[in-house]
Design a protein. Structure first.
Length: 269
């Protein structure tokens, strides 16, 4: 038997998590103070319905990064520094915020990220969607979205690829845990918002990356979506040696990291 509470309670598994998150906020603020051209794009009227946009140039690909926090904490301001790595290669980065549970549902957040993606699509440039933890779930949801069903004017290949870091693709294991106190999911509702059970995308690619020091459930989650979609699109699984749930995302700030170079390659295919 797997202790799901222990497997999915990342802050308990990583005692230094609070210090790491505080470090994100400091590094993000420092980057915003030195970066040139940063602006805010609105995708709807809500207070959190905005995208922090870090343009590297006025053409070329955009990489969106969707933040984590189990759909119930944090916002884009904690993650500005993660634009540094790609910005240094001339790639623009967009970091959206969204409303949080329990004020909204996970399904509502998926709808909001679709709205943010459609707003970015108006810039008319190739789009990669990345994300961490809950953001990895949302990145996979964007790749698997039937964009033409939402708007016949949109291309089906709106998303070139998804890069999910420590993502969650089957939300059913969260139902019996304390994480669900804010999500209010039952088994049927969890399945409905789990991209693992959606029709696989017909275009684009998926990278599912996870910290090598994360628990067996996080490793299983990433391997499962790769296995499920590999017959339909190019997929790739990678476990990052020595990385836990909170440090797995750190390479995005390093221009020479393998993670940044992989995203650069995906964005320039």
């Amino acid at each position: 038997m797997i202790d799901l509470e222990a497997e999915y309670n990342n802050r308990a598994k990583v005692p230094e998590s609070a210090a790491l998150i505080a470090g994100w906020a400091q590094d993000a603020k420092a980057y915003r103070e030195i970066v040139q051209g940063k602006r805010v794009i609105r995708y709807d009227e809500g207070a959190r319905h905005s995208i922090d946009y870090f343009p590297a140039r006025d053409e070329g690909p955009i990489v969106a990064f969707i933040h984590g926090g189990y759909w119930q904490v944090l916002d884009s301001s904690f993650f500005s520094h993660l634009a540094r790595g790609l910005n240094s290669h001339g790639i623009s980065v967009a970091i959206p915020s969204y409303d949080l549970c329990p004020n909204v549902s996970v399904g509502d957040i998926i709808v909001q990220m679709r709205a943010a993606t459609r707003e970015l699509a108006k810039l008319g440039r190739p789009l990669i969607v990345s994300g961490h933890s809950a953001g990895g779930h949302l990145a996979a949801c964007m790749l698997a979205t039937d964009w033409r069903a939402l708007d016949p004017a949109l291309p089906q290949d709106l998303i070139v690829g998804a890069y999910a870091i420590s993502g969650l693709f089957d939300l059913r294991p969260l139902v019996p845990t304390s994480i669900n106190n804010a999500l209010h999911l039952n088994d049927a509702g969890a399945r409905e918002v789990s991209p693992l059970f959606w029709p696989a995308p017909s275009c684009g690619s998926l990278d599912a990356v996870v910290g090598g020091d994360e628990g067996v459930e996080y490793l299983r989650q990433s391997q499962s979506i790769v296995d499920a979609w590999s017959a339909h699109i190019p997929t790739r699984f990678e476990a990052l040696p020595g990385a836990n749930h909170f440090t797995a995302v750190a390479p995005l700030a390093d221009p020479q990291s393998a993670m940044v170079l992989r995203l650069k390659a995906l964005a320039t295919l």
